[in-house]
Design a protein around this ligand. Structure first.
Ligand code: NAD
Length: 260
């Protein structure tokens, strides 16, 4: 028996990184997964491998969400869960952040999450209840210099999660948030994606490794499969009495400053 047998779950931003690991784990646990992303080639290849459904979904677009739920309903006849995972990161100090850049981050991270909840929740309610997991961040519960737009959008996701949990509990929908610290994906090491980057991916990874060994009490960067296991917990019956909570998964980074 899988932990998600018979359940239909949409995962946004599922073509790579944490979303990909969530799609893989959910499929292995018996879910019928809807892989949603703007990276069509990668998303389609993953869906094919998993026997899942791929939908092109730009989370900023209301009409895209309508098309995605229509495709999921047509393929599977129900929707039981959503993982709002799609997100982008931009580095800049607040005083140097152009309005366009700030809005770009808010549109994907915050508006995308809002549209996901608003569009998918009625379908989950029709299926008799289910779960929504929103991907916030460590920076959704504390500050970090040079990521002002990102941190603002992730704090907003924690707020949206709490309100959605209150409003949707009577429809038997539980809503929680994940707050990952540094996780080893293209987002934390963009050189992985760009063969022409100034810094090569390996030396950049070594630099990051040194940094996280010092910063993070557990002494390393997190793995996307570790976040996927938290997403599974929050999507399965294992978390049946939990709603409205942000879950930090960060190797102890947020615990405080170590002086020893
Ligand atoms: P990633 O860049 O590998 O994955 C992000 C995915 O989102 C990609 O597949 C991308 O195509 C997709 N995406 C981007 N814009 C989109 C849009 N408009 N519509 C649909 N899909 C879109 O990075 P990741 O680490 O896997 O990020 C997953 C989530 O985790 C994000 O919400 C991110 O903010 C969050 N997060 C990441 C870290 C980290 O250190 N990597 C830490 C905390 C939180």
């Amino acid at each position: 028996m899988g932990k998600l047998d018979g359940r239909v779950v949409i995962v946004t931003g599922a073509a790579r990184g944490q979303g990909e690991q969530e799609a893989r784990l959910f499929a292995a646990e018996g879910a019928r997964v809807v892989v949603a992303d703007v990276l069509d080639d990668q998303g389609e290849a993953l869906a094919k491998e998993l026997g899942a459904l791929y939908v092109h979904l730009d989370v900023r677009e209301e009409s895209g969400w309508q098309a995605a739920v229509a495709a999921a309903q047509k393929a599977y006849g129900r929707i039981d869960g959503l993982v709002n995972n799609a997100g982008i990161l931009r580095f800049n100090t607040l005083l140097d952040t152009p309005l366009d850049e700030f809005m770009q981050v808010v549109q994907v991270n915050q508006v995308g999450c809002f549209l996901g909840i608003r569009t998918v929740a009625p379908h989950i309610a029709d299926a008799g209840g289910g779960t929504i997991v929103n991907t916030a961040s460590y920076t959704g519960v504390t500050g970090m210099a040079a990521v002002g737009a990102y941190a603002a959008s992730k704090h907003a996701i924690v707020g949206l999660t709490r309100v959605a949990a209150l409003e949707l509990a009577r429809k038997k929908i539980r809503v929680n948030a994940m707050c990952p610290g540094a996780i080893d994906t293209a987002m934390s090491n963009p050189a992985l994606l760009d063969p022409n980057a100034d810094v090569d991916a390996e030396s950049s990874a070594r630099g990051l490794e040194r940094m996280y060994r010092k910063l993070v009490p557990l002494g390393r960067i997190g793995r996307p499969d570790e976040v996927a296991r938290l997403a599974l917990f929050l999507t399965s019956e294992d978390s049946s009495y939990i709603t409205g909570q942000p879950f930090v998964i960060d190797g102890g980074w947020l615990a405080g400053v170590s002086v020893v």
